[in-house]
Every structure is written in structure tokens, then in C-alpha cells.
Design a protein. Structure first.
Length: 184
């Protein structure tokens, strides 16, 4: 596949979503490394900046956890826009599911905006999760989050089954199919 990255010009944003261990961080990093002026923006960074009073998203969906998740999304959108405004191509990765994906697309003002969803199989995610130092599935299960992404998240942009791909192949496919990821 082509490795040309001319479509991801300075000022563009590539939003990459998927469940934990889907390959978002690796894909965003590899994409950013291929671009001449780029930023890898990790949405989870804004959650990790909270020192005291952080509320993790749990199945009970407490109000403070939802408010902090929405704050994280607003901060990430603002950071993406500011980096893009400064002339960087932004590879922004975060877990954006259900209505949050469409809302985040609306928050990000920068254009061009590309949206890519990573959809490896549950088996592939479980294998990847078993080899990672960080563990993302407590108290969630892979099946629960996979179901939410597959069945309750709108298919906006380009969605890739990356189960059998090496990360470099995923980035090659993302680049080759960038036109399908472009949000008008």
C-alpha cells in the first residue's frame, strides 16, 4: 500500500477511536511519525492529569464520572484545534463510543477532519490486552465495550478490522483509504 501522507496536511486532525487494546495509541504514534509536522494527542492524558478527585467511568455511570469524561473530550478537542491552528497535523486517539463520537466530531472545528475506527475482533483484543503492562478492562469486559462500539456507535468515517494486521499495515491502510475517513 502507499505510504504517501500528503492528504494529512498541517492543520488536519485524524481522530482514531476504538476500545482499549484496539491499537489506537500505536496507530496514532506510527501515523504521527510519518508526518513532517505532527502531534500525537492522547485523549486519556487529560484524565491522568487529575491528581485528586478523579472519577473513573464505571458501569454505574456516576454523574461526576460522566462530567469528567465530557471535560476530557472538550479539552482534547480544544487541544486538537489549537495544534492544528498552529500548523500541526494531529493524530488524536481516544475511546469515543455511542453518541460521544458524533459529539466529539462536532466539537473539533479543524478541517480537514478524518475519523478512523479500529475494530479488531474480541479475540484479537483479548490477546493484545494479555500482553500489555496496563490493564484497561476492570470492571468492564472486552465483550461489553466491543458490543457498544460495534452496535451502538455510528459508523462515521473509515472503520477497519485490524485483527490480522500489524500496526504498520493498519497505518498503510488508513493512509491508502484516507478519502473514506474524511468528514465533510
Amino acid at each position: 500500500m502507499s505510504t504517501s501522507t500528503t492528504q494529512f496536511a498541517p492543520g488536519s486532525v485524524v481522530l482514531i477511536t476504538g476500545i482499549p487494546a484496539a491499537g489506537k495509541s500505536t496507530t496514532a504514534q506510527l501515523l504521527a511519525e510519518r508526518l513532517p509536522r505532527s502531534v500525537h494527542l492522547r485523549g486519556d492524558l487529560f484524565r491522568r492529569l487529575i491528581v485528586n478527585g478523579g472519577a473513573n467511568m464505571l458501569p454505574d455511570r456516576r454523574v461526576d464520572a460522566i462530567n469528567q469524561l465530557q471535560l476530557r473530550y472538550r479539552l482534547a478537542a480544544a487541544a486538537a484545534d489549537l495544534y492544528a491552528e498552529a500548523g500541526f497535523a494531529v493524530a488524536y486517539q481516544d475511546v469515543l463510543m455511542e453518541a460521544d463520537l458524533a459529539a466529539q466530531i462536532e466539537r473539533i472545528r479543524s478541517r480537514p477532519l478524518y475519523v478512523v475506527g479500529l475494530l479488531p475482533s474480541q479475540e484479537a483484543v483479548e490477546q493484545r490486552e494479555s500482553t500489555r503492562d496496563k490493564k484497561a478492562y476492570d470492571p468492564w469486559t472486552v465483550a461489553e465495550l466491543d458490543e457498544a462500539l460495534r452496535n451502538r456507535t455510528p459508523r462515521i468515517g473509515l472503520w477497519l478490522d485490524t485483527s490480522a494486521q500489524r500496526p504498520e499495515q493498519t497505518v498503510d491502510e488508513l493512509i491508502a483509504r484516507a478519502a473514506e475517513a474524511l468528514i465533510a
